[in-house]
Design a protein around this ligand. Sequence first.
Ligand SMILES: Nc1nc2c(ncn2[C@@H]2O[C@H](COP(=O)(O)OP(=O)(O)OP(=O)(O)O)[C@@H](O)[C@H]2O)c(=O)[nH]1
Ligand SMILES: [Mg+2]
Length: 465
Amino acid sequence: MAPPPNEAPQEREKRLAAEAAAQKRSDAIDEELNKQRQLEKKAPCIRILLLGQSESGKSTALKNFQLMNSPKAFREERASWRAVVQLNVVRSMRMILGVISEMGGRSSLSDDASSPPQDRRNPSLTPELLKLRMRLAPLQQVEEALLRKLSPPGSMEYEATHLTPTNDSYAARSEKLKQELAVHSSSQWKGAFVKLMTTVRNSVESLEIDYTDDPADPGVILNACCEDMIKLWSDPTLQGILRAHNVRLEDKSGFFLDALERVTSLKYVPTDEDILRARLKTLGVSEHRFTFKNTGNMVSNDWRIYDVGGARSLRAAWAPYFDNMDAIIFLSPISAFDEVLAEDPSVNRLEDSVLLWKSMISNPLLKKAQTVLFLNKVDLLRAKLEAGVSFGHYVVSYATKPNDYGSVSTYLRKKFTHIHKQYSPQERNLYCHLTAMTDPRMAQDVLMNVKDMVLRQNLQDSKLM
Ligand SMILES: Nc1nc2c(ncn2[C@@H]2O[C@H](COP(=O)(O)OP(=O)(O)OP(=O)(O)O)[C@@H](O)[C@H]2O)c(=O)[nH]1
Ligand SMILES: [Mg+2]
């Protein structure tokens, strides 16, 4: 900056001294930044990219990494996950109420059941079910309150999920409610729960939080609906209706209806397994840093794991991360052989997953990355096959081979392995595991294995260089 006109010698001295001090501070900052850069260069980190279609289990794998590496921090976030579990419960209930409404030719879950002419004509709906539907109308309020809590105004998800409380009809709001709550990975959705987190931190031992002193807590209404929700879910007529409509809620993400009493209790705090089962869709790409212990001095202890949103419209955002990855972990939810994509109901989910695997494997930018494949959701695959859902009916090339877990999983492993061999731009190993990411013990065993393998390979590569 030019010196002020008519500057007195004393002022000039003062100004020069201030400028020199500022320069010194700036140099010190530059030096610090350089030091950090040098350190980062000296200790390069290991980068892992989680890939796969939506609901394949990427974020669940990430949660397992967090649980493995920093269990304390993971558990301190329990209060935030409580609201997600509650939202998952309400969503499952809404699917049930939706089926009932459809049968009655109505679309609203807050309809008055006192004069339902269509319902009376439908022999499958009992007066008890209609009564429960009416009694559970307040769940709509719970859902709206939870969404407001998880996506407050001003947050990135607000636009996508916010329900205008103003003049929208319920039908219009219901349309918006159909969208799944998604959270931008870099956003601060957990911030809304900071106050509660402190409480949880103080009560980690007893695992209890008392929310009853917060009248605005949607959990209070949810708790009041608990008995009716249990009655509805255990109603044999309803179970028959769901079967007839081919709705298997127990296979869907975020299923908690088998634990309604526990998860709707006023003092409910999610367990590790609950957090792994809770469903929250990811938007965008997020980087998570881990420092693993006992990895020796030869290679870095620093790990960066990247979680991406798997829905089709979000896949374009993956490419900038392909360069420079040490490993990719691709998750394929193999239980989804009889399901379709939420974003495009004309596409079978297993078929989409196979095509995505092919395109990732053949991508030249990823040719140096080690490839890890998780054939995930084996628990659901087993349950589905045991319930008599025919794999061969959906996968024509499987034909009439036995419809049991062993045969189906072997077939899929071979199929994915074959693609890997055929489409890799250069020869490389494949580390394939059959996994259930919601089982923390199994998941952590597998992830520990993957971690060691990536590390060994990294060490080998650095020796060769
Ligand atoms: N039963 C069962 N559920 C699983 C398994 N792995 C993940 N899930 C559940 O499946 C749902 C979806 O998992 P996410 O980890 O959110 O899926 P994602 O790949 O991150 O999905 P996007 O964020 O939409 O890309 C969650 O409710 C998980 O708890 C599994 O092995 N078995
Ligand atoms: Mg995710």
